[in-house]
Design a protein around this ligand. Structure first.
Ligand code: NAP
Length: 293
């Protein structure tokens, strides 16, 4: 059994990006610039954005954080997005989700210029992904694909079961794994909360990708011997073991599932760091204008 070290792979990717940034700067090019919009002060969102900014510093990107109170109006937020769309120095930007109730999330996502949508949430980027056209792939699925690639996990002809069908993880993941590309060519089953007898599906998975947000939901009896298990879940649960008073828990009961696996990702240190590395990879692509040329 191999524990997939997402932290190490993410560090490798960040080092590769830093090398490219240095080369761009050495040639007199513009420093890649990622901006982030953060609304309110939800603890999870604060720490995700802080990690993204820190990663920008690490690779030599310029970063800008725009903060708004949780009572911000939709109009004001859309104006800030329009400003970033028009700002020639900003290569890409993200709006950290979730947003407060008075803001229409779809309207916000659709107002981001697809060329700067490094989160890959805009319908144009999603559509281009489905059609196999150059696009920004949503960071978490993109991170998982890179983990499978770097660990040489065979996918062609395998049965991949994805649990969870959200727009940002499960659905794009199922599409990527079914693609007729080098990393893909799986037969995919996409499960969700209405799936009957979920266990009968997960037990048949050569590759099981869990993105439901239910701590330790996947037990050993749900997993086939030798399976590859990717745990996307990150639920903050109370903990006396940490200074912050909480810890992140995955969707998989790691201790009992791991011995049955050929490969497994831990939480933390699996998919999470890859999401940030992939966001920065997308930003570098945006800076190089490689997707929409
Ligand atoms: P989400 O939008 O809440 O979607 C959860 C999905 O799981 C839904 O499709 C839901 O089905 C399905 N589901 C829930 N309970 C289920 C059950 N008992 N059986 C089968 N399916 C079930 O969540 P998300 O945004 O995709 O995130 C999922 C998890 O990944 C969360 O823990 C989140 O924090 C984590 N995450 C981690 C990263 C990272 O970088 N590591 C990034 C993004 C998300 P329905 O559609 O029928 O409701």
């Amino acid at each position: 059994m191999t524990i997939i070290d997402g932290k190490k792979v993410a560090q490798d990717i960040l080092a590769e990006i830093a090398g490219e940034v240095e080369a761009i700067k050495a040639k007199g090019g513009k420093t890649p610039h990622l901006a982030a919009i953060l609304v309110g002060n939800d603890g999870g969102s604060e720490s995700y954005v802080a990690s993204k900014i820190k990663a920008c510093e690490k690779v030599g990107f310029k970063s800008t954080l725009l903060r708004f109170p949780d009572y911000v109006t939709e109009e004001k937020l859309l104006q800030a997005i329009a400003n970033l769309n028009n700002d020639k120095d900003v290569d890409g930007f993200i709006v950290q989700l979730p947003l407060p109730r008075q803001i229409n999330e779809h309207k916000v996502i659709e107002s981001v210029l697809p060329q700067k949508d490094v989160d890959g949430f805009h319908p144009i980027n999603v559509g281009r992904m489905v059609l196999n056209l150059p696009c920004y792939v949503s960071a978490t699925p993109y991170g998982i694909v890179q983990l499978l690639e770097r660990y040489h996990v065979p996918t062609s002809g395998k049965h991949c079961v994805v649990v969870g069908r959200s727009h940002i993880v499960g659905s794009p993941m199922s599409i990527l794994m079914a693609k007729n590309t080098l990393l893909g060519n799986c037969t995919v089953t996409l499960c969700h909360s209405k799936t009957e007898n979920l266990k009968s599906h997960t037990q048949k998975a050569d590759i099981l990708i869990c993105a439901l947000g239910s701590p330790e939901f996947v037990k050993a009896d749900m997993v086939k011997e030798g399976a590859v298990v990717i745990d996307v879940g990150t639920t903050r649960v109370a903990s006396t073991e940490t200074k912050s008073g909480f810890k992140l828990q995955g969707d998989v009961k790691f201790d009992e599932v791991a011995p049955k696996c050929s490969f497994i990702t831990p939480v933390p240190g699996g998919v999470g760091p890859m999401t940030i590395a992939s966001l920065l990879k997308n930003t570098l692509l945006a800076a190089k204008k490689e997707i929409y040329s």
